[in-house]
Design a protein around this ligand. Structure first.
Ligand code: TPP
Ligand code: MG
Length: 558
């Protein structure tokens, strides 16, 4: 395959004659190594499709623009490259707004290309004429309209390059119909040469604090993943025997079977730590706005940008700089300090290991529960045996996915996806499509609540048409459990959180061309899952689960 640079040069050479704007869009995508464009058809986008055809970029069409955007985000999350979608003018773009907001909070390098009513008649009331820029601007790092065909490469390249620049995030560019259908002669700018990142100031001070700690912890999240910081994090943790907790896209940055990886002991670990290094994750609701740590815990935060000025708890040391470089420099600083923490007799690690195993033992009864309809956790017990080490697992739902977050083991970076802190239901099928396109050889397992299924269930048609062997599993409890149970707890009753019991979502998937299974009893589960993973096409396993099971939720959401 040509390197990005060679492709850029090639594109520049070809720029000899005039070509239409869509071809210029596609050439620019190719110059940045973009291989897929996720979309839903609209006339405003035809020239971009034609350009993609000529430039060898695969066009993947979904059944809803939100799914096209989530597919692009899923591709980005699975590859740490830019994920690109094209959304048609007006409603196409407005349908993509929830994914853009999600990508912003996930720091996903999502590039949204918009169709747009023609510039020459702007204001006269063309079909779907609306100015997207004012309402996508708050959701993106940059939002621009291309007003001249010859400027297409420059503005398209800027959208991709900026999306990938740390802190990464979504960008938007739209192309008026006349601008993108007309011809122009224009070369594609060279991709930027990224210089090695700089370590944050005060990293030596932070390293010394960590090296001198008795009960250190590392809490790392999404920012670590985008910064490719997993090697440096692991080296630092191993050098000081520091227990590691992961959330968001940080999951998998230390394999779930690493001796320093903990999950069940998180509450204790964060509360009792004397020093906590918090990497690439804000002190938001997932960390109790900082209250997940002890009052005495000295917090060192590390991210590519300073934390929100409104944060309720401010870290003692705030490191803002390149995450990998800062972790590497902390390791170096610590190596020269006294980093001899006795591995053999480490009471802090022993205490956490004990908590971890006690809590895991208490879960065995759920994992082996024989009830029908099934205990949702029972599904994860069976699934654990069937998933490959590099399987990509995607969660979309309420309680069913909270359980998945606990029980699915993640061994590789980028192998766990959920909507992230924006929490938009319906993201899963799109993300699964993007992940399946990014990694055709790997297992893609999509965990869906029955409520969540309703948002984007039609994407099983997309999976069937594009031959993507995603295995979907519906935890079908007939309710919106994450809302039903808390409302009942607060008011003594629940309303607007009930669904039809035992709906045959499997039959819907079958009608769309997928393999399907219905599971009503625990002993039917294993063979059904085996058939689904062996089907060689998309599959949906509809598992009837017990609505009485209440997820033990502690997090403060607001
Ligand atoms: C777009 C959107 N609408 C509403 C919500 C609020 N919400 C969060 S979880 C949830 C229930 C999900 O139900 P289901 O997918 O069936 O999973 P379960 O909790 O039953 O396991 C709802 C409605 C949301 N997060 N996103
Ligand atoms: Mg449900």
């Amino acid at each position: 395959m040509a390197t990005t640079e060679e492709t850029a040069k090639g594109a520049g050479e070809e720029a000899g004659g005039p070509v239409h704007g869509g071809r210029l869009v596609a050439r620019t995508l190719a110059s940045r190594g973009v291989s897929h464009l996720f979309t839903l058809s609209g006339g405003h986008l035809f020239s971009i499709y034609d350009g993609c055809k000529a430039e060898g970029i695969e066009v993947v069409d979904t059944r809803h623009e939100a799914s096209a955007a989530w597919a692009a985000e899923g591709f980005a999350k699975a590859t740490r490259r830019a994920g690109v979608c094209a959304l048609t003018a007006g409603p196409g773009v407005t349908n993509g707004m929830s994914p853009m907001a999600g990508a912003q909070q996930n720091r996903s390098p999502l590039v949204v290309l918009g169709g747009r009513a023609p510039e020459m008649r702007w204001g006269s009331g063309s079909l779907q004429e609306i100015d997207h820029v004012p309402f996508v601007s708050p959701l993106t790092k940059s939002a621009q309209t291309v007003k001249d065909t010859a400027h297409i490469p420059q503005l398209t390249a800027a959208a991709i390059d900026e999306a990938l620049e740390q802190p990464s995030g979504p960008t938007f560019v739209d192309y008026p119909l006349d601008v993108v259908f007309q011809e122009a002669e224009a070369g594609v700018p060279e991709p930027p040469r990224r210089s090695a990142g700089k370590a944050a100031d005060r990293s030596d001070e932070a390293a010394a604090l960590l090296a001198g700690a008795e009960r250190p912890v590392i809490m790392a999240g999404t920012g670590l993943y985008w910064a490719h910081g997993e090697e440096e994090l692991r080296a630092l943790a191993e050098a000081h025997s520091i227990p590691v907790f992961l959330n968001g896209m940080g999951r998998g940055c230390l394999p779930a079977d690493h001796e320093l990886y903990f999950s069940r002991a998180r509450g204790q670990g964060l509360k009792e730590a004397d020093v906590a290094l918090v990497v690439g994750v804000p002190l938001d609701f997932r960390l109790g706005f900082g209250a997940s740590f002890g009052e005495e815990t000295r917090i060192v935060s590390l991210d590519v940008e300073p934390s929100r000025p409104t944060a309720t708890r401010r870290p003692e040391i705030e490191l803002a700089g390149d995450i990998s470089a800062t972790l590497a420099s902390m390791l170096e600083a610590a190596a020269s300090a006294d980093a001899e923490r006795g591995r053999s007799a480490n009471p802090w690690l022993s205490a956490l290991h004990e908590t971890e195993s006690t809590k895991r033992e208490s879960e065995v009864s759920d994992l082996t529960d024989e009830r029908a309809p099934l205990h949702p956790v029972r599904i994860y017990a069976e699934l654990d045996d069937l998933l490959d080490r590099d399987a990509i697992v995607i969660g979309d739902g309420g309680d069913f996915v909270s359980y998945a977050g606990r029980f699915i083991q993640t061994y590789e970076p980028g192998a766990w996806m959920d909507p992230g802190p924006y929490g938009c239901l319906g993201a899963g099928p799109g993300q699964a499509i993007g992940a399946a396109k990014a990694h055709p050889g790997r297992q893609i397992c999509l965990l869906l609540g029955d409520g969540a299924f309703g948002f984007s269930g039609m994407e099983f048609d997309t999976m069937a048409r594009h031959g993507l062997p995603v295995v979907g599993i519906v935890g079908n409890n007939g309710i919106w459990a994450l809302e039903h149970h808390p409302m009942k707890f607060l008011y003594g009753y629940s309303m607007a959180a009930e669904l039809r019991p035992a709906t045959r979502y499997d039959e819907i998937a079958e009608a769309l061309g997928c393999h399907s299974e219905l599971v009503e009893k625990p002993d039917e589960l294993r063979p059904a899952l085996e058939r689904a993973f062996g089907a060689g096409k998309p599959a949906l396993v509809n598992v009837l689960t017990d609505p009485e099971v209440v997820y033990p939720r502690k997090a403060v959401l607001a």
